[in-house]
Design a protein around this ligand. Structure first.
Ligand code: HEC
Length: 101
């Protein structure tokens, strides 16, 4: 069997590590930023104050969702949703996650 040089193995492992760091995990942000306190990630509201987010990607466009996460007051000045204060890559990851629900 041909041996794989360890430099090659190291390169592959490093690439995998950086790839996973670069892609912030929308699901992890959803729980870390307390979204789940107010929103269910299914179509069942489950008694939470915010709308159920299951299928939200078919109701709202990517641009709309991005705006909602940047500043919820853009769509409703009386919004009860706090501004999540996220970086642009985190917002993008979170929008991707919301579109998958
Ligand atoms: C304190 C409760 C609260 C928290 C925390 C919260 N939201 Fe909301 N959210 C709401 C309410 C209430 C609405 C309904 C519209 C409004 O008031 O802006 C809403 C609306 C939304 C909508 C629009 C849904 C639709 O169908 O129109 C999305 C998407 C959303 N929130 C995502 C999030 C995400 C992602 C987080 C976490 C970063 C989050 N929310 C955190 C209360 C909350």
């Amino acid at each position: 069997m041909k041996k794989i040089p360890y430099q090659m193995m190291a390169a592959v492992l490093l690439t995998l590590c950086f790839a996973s760091l670069a892609h912030a995990d929308g699901k992890a942000i959803f729980s870390a930023k307390m979204c789940a306190t107010c929103h269910s990630s299914t179509t069942n509201k489950s008694g939470k104050p915010g709308p159920a987010l299951g299928g939200v990607g078919s109701r709202r466009s990517k641009a709309w969702l991005t705006e909602q996460l940047k500043n919820p007051k853009t769509h409703d000045p009386a919004s009860a949703m706090p501004s999540p204060n996220l970086s642009a890559p985190d917002i993008e990851a979170l929008v991707q996650y919301l579109q998958s629900l």
